[in-house]
Design a protein around this ligand. Structure first.
Ligand code: HEM
Ligand code: SF4
Length: 556
């Protein structure tokens, strides 16, 4: 894992000290809220519906037990005893008091964490595949590249006032768990003739004009990556629309300018910038890569795993859903679901954080990950420890065997916290999870991604959900728009709208009708919802959704 250098440490400390002064001036009234706003946003501090909210970066989703314990301490001491893991590998604290925020930031700095560039029109927290360095079939660990980008982009003088926020995601696995196609820049690490490099996608993004990223460069050698990225962001910085906030993202720039013209400008800019890099970035990348060396894997890691699986159906069901193949023999990648039926997706109590930290430290090479699906992962777990880990998770209410199923829903905070929300998200997610738990259909339905956003900004990724739900306001009444067939994987697609929306008390029955139609229409258990949708198209699902009179009556 990457450890802060002395430079990182003093940089972060000086930012906290600076912000401490700004907070003091806000509290004594010498700064107005308007004057304070840009300053707090540079430090990840938002003003939500009910309180301030502090967004803390978890770069590429990687944490150790000490960092996780510190998040628990912060949650207990300055918040309400829990934190919310988001879709961008951040954790949000929803209830801090302004006066406490500098102390929270200092506590983060104690464990090599910060909240810099988690808001504002800058290059945001760089995200990566949450199974990085662990998954079988990986081409390269994306985290050294993500860390290099983080160091390059943090406080980059040219890129502090971009036309709009800018999100970069990196994957090194063909499965693309980082949703690279829905980012301003998506990097897919590949190798060509023994040379490591990346395919560069540009102009993806969700929000009010969802777009899938386009390939800007099929292959950029890693040796050229930083000057190439700098060229892309520089071109965007010049061309990006500053006249209209809603047209300011690079996806619109690419759309309006055309990918060929953007490519030509990027190439020209790249040629000019490349000589300025002189190889220092490559020395940094080499030093960072050394810090991401995998742990020393145990030779006899499997132990009695298969015997336990055969003997205990609860353990078997848990490992069937929550374990992913590891590249080392005898090892597992364990996803711990933060989606207990009826719970708030992504919320984690301080007690649960401590349990997860203890398990990582004791059994799993002291490493944890946060996924964009709002779950926590033990990436390097010898299978011989899985039984003990499962027992501890059961006791902590963290053993829900639902990863990748109906109730493993992404949901943004919606009306429960967010000042921009037009509808609730969390109760919809909770209601769906509870309904399918009651029906005992979750395992029968199989792999399914439901994603919910409480407004058009799409923080809940609904466009790339197999079933997407978008909460809207229709004349003061919550209405929910359904999309089907979205996918965030390597061949990402934006979902299609089914038709008129549904009222709050209609949305869960509507989802149930879609899934009952799927069960009736599929060719067998092997045909997933997404496969069935691709084969059948919209019509049968639309018929199932809108045949009912009550659905029509409430349509908005
Ligand atoms: C204070 C609460 C939040 C505010 C004010 C907020 C605001 C926004 C806005 C305005 C956008 C649209 C940006 C644009 O298209 O230019 C957006 C997009 C997004 N936000 Fe949030 N958000 C909040 C919380 C969250 C949370 C909790 C998550 C994760 C659960 C999240 C993840 C995202 C993602 C993934 C996108 C779409 C990315 C894209 O368009 O490229 N946000 N957010
Ligand atoms: S999608 Fe809308 S309601 Fe949900 S967190 Fe984002 S801005 Fe808030």
């Amino acid at each position: 894992m990457y450890r802060y250098s002395e430079f990182d440490e003093s940089f972060v400390r000086s930012r906290v000290a600076q912000f401490r002064g700004q907070v003091a001036r806000r509290i004594d009234g010498s700064l107005t809220e308007d004057e304070f706003k840009p300053l707090r946003l540079m430090n990840g501090l938002y003003l939500q519906l009910h309180a301030y909210m502090l967004r803390v970066a978890i770069p590429y989703g990687t944490l150790d037990s000490a960092q996780m314990r510190q998040l628990a301490m912060i949650a207990d001491r300055w918040d309400k005893g829990y934190g919310h893991f988001t879709t961008r590998q951040n954790i949000q604290f929803n209830w801090p008091k302004l006066a406490d925020v500098p102390d929270m930031l200092d506590a983060l700095a104690d464990v090599g964490m910060h909240a810099i560039q988690t808001s504002g029109n800058t290059i945001r927290n760089v995200t990566a595949d949450h199974f990085a360095g662990a998954a079988a079939g990986e081409v390269a660990d994306p985290r050294p590249v993500a860390e290099l980008i983080r160091q390059w982009s943090t406080d980059h003088p040219e890129f502090q006032f971009l036309p709009r926020k800018f999100k970069v995601a990196v994957t090194g696995h063909p499965d693309d768990r980082a949703v690279t196609a829905a980012h301003d820049i998506g990097l897919r690490l590949v190798e060509r003739a023994g040379v490591p490099g990346a395919t560069v996608l540009v102009g993806g993004g969700l929000g009010r004009t969802p777009m899938i990223g386009k390939v800007l460069a099929d292959f950029v050698p890693l040796a050229d990556l930083l000057p190439y990225l700098e060229a892309v962001v520089a071109v965007y910085n010049l061309l990006g629309r500053r006249d209209n906030k809603y047209k300011a993202r690079i996806k619109i720039t690419v759309h309006e300018t055309g990918i060929e013209e953007i490519r030509a400008q990027v190439e020209a800019e790249f040629a000019a910038r490349k000589p300025l890099f002189s190889g220092v970035d490559q020395e940094m990348l080499a030093a960072i890569t050394a810090q991401f060396a995998p742990p020393v894997f145990e030779p006899e890691a499997e132990g009695d795993y298969e015997t336990w699986r055969a003997a205990d159906p609860v353990f078997r069901a848990f490992t069937d859903t929550n374990v992913t193949a590891h590249r080392a023999p005898g090892y597992a990648i364990l996803t711990v679901s933060l989606k207990a039926h009826g719970a708030t997706p992504g919320d984690c109590s301080s007690a649960q954080m401590r349990v997860l930290a203890d398990l990582a430290e004791r059994y799993a090479h002291d490493e944890l990950r946060i996924s964009h699906e709002q779950n926590v992962i033990l990436p390097h777990l010898p299978k011989r420890h899985l039984k003990a880990v499962h027992d501890a998770l059961l006791a902590a209410g963290l053993a829900t065997a639902n990863v990748g199923l109906v109730s493993d829903i992404i949901a943004c905070p919606g009306m429960d916290y967010c000042a921009l929300a037009t509808a609730r998200s969390i109760p919809v997610a909770q209601g769906i999870a509870l309904r399918f738990e009651e029906l005992r259909l979750e395992h029968e339905i199989g792999p399914l991604k439901i994603k919910i956003s409480g407004c058009i900004n799409a923080c809940g990724h609904h466009h790339v959900g197999h079933i997407g739900i978008l909460g809207l306001d229709r004349a003061g009444v919550e209405s929910y728009q359904i999309t089907l067939g979205g996918d965030g994987g390597p061949d990402a697609v934006i979902g299609e709208r089914t038709g008129p929306g549904f009222a709050y008390d209609q949305i869960i029955p509507a989802i149930e009708r879609i899934l009952r139609a799927y069960l009736a229409l599929r060719e067998g258990r092997h045909e997933t919802f997404l496969d069935a949708w691709r084969r059948l198209g919209m019509e049968p699902f639309k018929a199932a959704l809108y045949d009912k009179e009550e659905a029509r009556a409430d349509a908005a």
